[in-house]
Design a protein around this ligand. Sequence first.
Ligand code: DHB
Ligand code: MG
Length: 232
Amino acid sequence: MSDAPRPAPADVDAYINAQLVGADPVLDAALARAAAAGLPAHDVAPNQGKLLHLLARIRGARAILELGTLAGYSTIWLARALPSGGRLITLEAEPSYAEVARANLSAAGLADRAEVRVGEALPALAALEAEGAGPFDLVFLDADKQRNPEYLEWSLRLTRPGSVIVADNVVREGELANAASEDPRVRGIRRFTELLGATPGVSATAIQTVGQKGWDGLALALVDEPGAVGSR
Ligand code: DHB
Ligand code: MG
């Protein structure tokens, strides 16, 4: 046995990113612009962004909805999965974040297919429904976690059978399993998870993740086709 230090989860992310994700100057520039503007480094990791991108391609998503744009890092990964003519709408409550995201999407050559809407998500979701913007093929929930239950309800209204719903940050250092937590974000992810499990016609799971973003997790849900095997 060598006495080299054992690899840590962040080392494994670095290895995976080097082998399977690769260097990407556009994404690096997006993160640099976010850091220069003082945004919190809450972007998904590169291998997670690639996972979102692959899910959108597997689904053949032509219409994508994101809640919580931040600097637009995950937005770029998702928008790159769209076929020509595809559309992404991303909702961001903080105007200064939206401004950075718009700059990042323009620099990525995606401004024509990705629209950043500024404002609280709940009224923006009602506006999307009112204008008939859906149905969306993939929804990525990454906004204020305390409102995840309402965001799930809106996601179900704005999707159709076969659509995919993904939620970030559903484990929060294990707090998902802490029934006594009074943190509104933890209560939000717990109620979200319980609602997901109790919703007929949706098949879901959640996976814990480690790596450069620490101990967290992603939830994945499929809006079932009527009568699908495994639907519940
Ligand atoms: C936080 C939010 C995120 O979306 C994330 O991926 C990590 C942390 C936060 O608000 O703490
Ligand atoms: Mg997140």
